[in-house]
Design a protein around this ligand. Structure first.
Ligand SMILES: [Zn+2]
Ligand SMILES: [Zn+2]
Length: 341
């Protein structure tokens, strides 16, 4: 008799020579998402999730890393945690096998007791199996961003701005950007209701946060595009690192973005008209972020200037909505020119 019983919940097959095949199904999260990890050790963050039953469900032979586009069989994307879980489940199964072997060797029945003789001395032998080792369910980090691939419908979760669909390998970077911008738009749509419920101070804070998020999305997208464009033209890791050090937070300002893109790529891919509109939206953010909302003298002077020019300084829902749409145009234009062009 072998260590493992064939069949059962793990569909155990005896392959001969003490080799067995066990199928361990990895539990998914409550929301049906299963964690995946890029097999490439250089990949960062390398961790994502896919929703079972979405995307490519038949003949899925190749899967992709959303961050580095490493391609491998879907099974190769198991996380360390899932591998640990599978090993423990297999050990647990082996444990059961050992217990059965002991039972059978001594002819102990299901009662766990056996009478050894009927003579003068009657002896009972009891075999108490140890409790089976407890197997922890895989522990996974909290999710960050969910995105549905427009090409194959895979519903996936990634950290940061990923580029590739994990099932079909298509470039879905702009879908990510749109999803990010849509979140800010949803918050904006709620500002009026929150003003009625919580007052002007909260509504003003919401607007500041929405503008802040809009600028952050622009900055993150530009950094991702620039990094990819530099990789595509085969800049070395050192070159890229030193360029990014020099860049600092340049993409928080439209003027500096234009200047830096020019010096890096010899062209400015930002649309002129959109840039002008974004400049005034972006510059309203400055005093908010850097002085915790306390307006400084420099800002007051700048404000006077703007007022004299007849421009509105207060933030409005419409203005940030416009900025969201302008950011989208600016990002897709830059993407088109630096990556696709
Ligand atoms: Zn990867
Ligand atoms: Zn896809």
């Amino acid at each position: 008799m072998g260590l493992f019983k064939e069949g059962g919940e793990h569909q155990i097959q005896n392959l001969g020579n003490d080799k067995y095949n066990l199928t361990i199904s990895i539990p998914e999260n409550d929301d049906g998402r299963m964690a995946r990890e890029c097999p490439s050790s250089e990949c960062s963050p390398g961790y994502f999730k896919v929703t079972l039953g979405t995307g490519i469900t038949e003949n899925h032979t190749l899967a992709y890393c959303p961050y580095c586009r490493h391609e491998a069989e879907p099974n190769d994307f198991a996380t360390q945690e899932q591998i640990r879980y599978a090993k423990e489940m297999a050990l647990r199964e082996a444990h059961k096998g050992v217990q059965d072997m002991v039972r059978n060797a001594f002819g102990i029945g299901a009662s766990g007791k056996k009478k050894l003789s009927e003579g003068f001395v009657s002896m009972e032998m009891t075999y108490k199996p140890a409790a089976l080792p407890y197997v922890h369910r895989p522990f996974e980090d909290e999710v960050r961003r969910d995105i549905v691939c427009p090409h194959c419908t895979l519903d996936q979760t990634v950290f940061g701005l990923a580029t590739w669909c994990a099932d079909c390998g298509e470039d879905i970077f702009l879908s990510h950007i749109e999803a990010e911008l849509a979140v800010v738009q949803l918050m904006l749509n709620d500002v009026d209701r929150r003003q009625t419920q919580f007052g002007k101070r909260i509504a003003a804070k919401d607007l500041e946060n929405c503008l802040e998020d809009t600028v952050s999305i622009f900055e993150a997208a530009m950094r991702a595009i620039v990094r990819r464009a530099m990789l595509m033209r085969r800049d070395s890791a050192d070159q890229i690192e030193s360029s990014f050090k020099k860049l600092g937070n340049a993409f928080q300002s439209i003027d500096r973005t234009q200047k830096e893109l020019n010096s890096l790529f010899g062209k400015n891919p930002l649309d002129e008209e959109v840039s002008e509109k974004l400049k005034s939206a972006f510059e309203k953010r400055h005093p908010i972020t850097h002085n915790l909302g306390v307006i400084d003298r420099k800002y007051m002077e700048r404000t006077k200037e703007l007022e004299q020019e007849g421009r509105e300084i207060r933030l409005s829902v419409a203005e940030i909505s416009q900025a969201l749409s302008d950011v989208k145009t600016a990002i897709s234009g830059t993407y088109e020119k630096l990556i696709k062009g």
